[in-house]
Design a protein around this ligand. Structure first.
Ligand code: OAD
Length: 237
């Protein structure tokens, strides 16, 4: 086994205090996603969209990585030590993987701590609140900044690179994602079609649990360290 591809979703950050989307009490059970996570919603009411992401940025500032994030950083380090390739593709817009020490991370749905100017195209790190009046740090115009996150109806980032990596992987591990948002939800079928070993680690079976060859269920802070320990101590390592 030479190449490890990990996909994560909101479940990996749930125990860090960041809400998931579709669970009971999930973000999309309380907030209309069309209002805050679509280009049309932003055009209709940008102040509402800014307020939503300002609140999420504040939640992130109060959050810390958990044992699942840390175990994935250990797995990446173990891969580096043994000349294996490791890539972590996350649907999460938080940076808890990086805070835990992960390095080769692709944020396919963007990053909460970055902003983008729709006028000049610049992408910049950003930790403060964003408002309609906020001026772009590059072109200095107000009214064109948006969170550097992918909304419904927009193309996720780096899909060519992601499919290249997925096509070469020997092991595909999906963690804390409901399997209901495409294209990420289709990765397991693609990996399986390539003959790749597929593993689901989740609180409960996801919508495409039946596609995975192996599954382990429980809180990410428990099952991810357990899986990593088993993998690193196993015959296939
Ligand atoms: P969901 O909220 O759809 O799914 C979260 C998954 O995590 C569920 O399957 C839960 O069972 C599981 N889960 C919850 N707590 C857990 C825990 N402590 N340990 C392990 N698993 C746990 O979130 P995502 O699948 O990430 O996109 O959602 C995908 C995308 O939909 C998000 O990136 C976001 C959202 O709309 C955009 O905003 C574009």
């Amino acid at each position: 086994m030479q190449r490890v591809f990990v996909l994560t979703g909101a479940g990996v950050s749930a125990e860090s205090g960041l809400g998931t989307f579709r669970d009971k009490d999930g973000i999309w059970t309380k907030i209309n996603l069309e209002d805050v996570a679509t280009p049309e919603g932003f055009a209709r009411d940008p102040a509402k969209v800014h307020a939503f992401y300002n609140a999420r940025r504040a939640n992130l500032a109060a959050a810390a990585p958990n044992e699942a994030h840390r175990a994935l950083a250990r797995l990446e380090a173990a891969c580096a030590d043994t000349a294996r390739e490791f890539i972590l593709v996350t649907q999460n817009v938080d940076d808890l993987h990086e805070q835990a020490g992960s390095q080769n991370v692709i944020h396919m749905h963007g990053e909460l701590r970055k902003i983008r100017c729709e006028r000049c195209g610049v992408v910049k790190p950003w930790v403060e609140d964003l408002a309609l009046e906020t001026k772009c740090p590059a072109c200095t115009r107000a009214g064109h900044l948006r969170p550097h996150v992918v909304w419904f109806g927009e193309m996720p980032f780096e899909m060519d690179r992601i499919y290249d990596e997925l096509g070469m992987a020997d092991l595909f591990v999906s963690i804390g994602t409901s399997g209901s948002v495409y294209p990420a939800a289709a990765f397991v079928a693609f990996a399986k079609g390539m003959g790749t070993r597929t593993v689901e680690l989740n609180l409960e079976p996801s919508e495409n649990a039946h596609v995975f060859a192996e599954t382990m269920y429980g809180p990410a802070s428990i099952v991810v360290p357990l899986f990593v320990e088993q993998l690193l101590g196993g015959d296939t390592w």
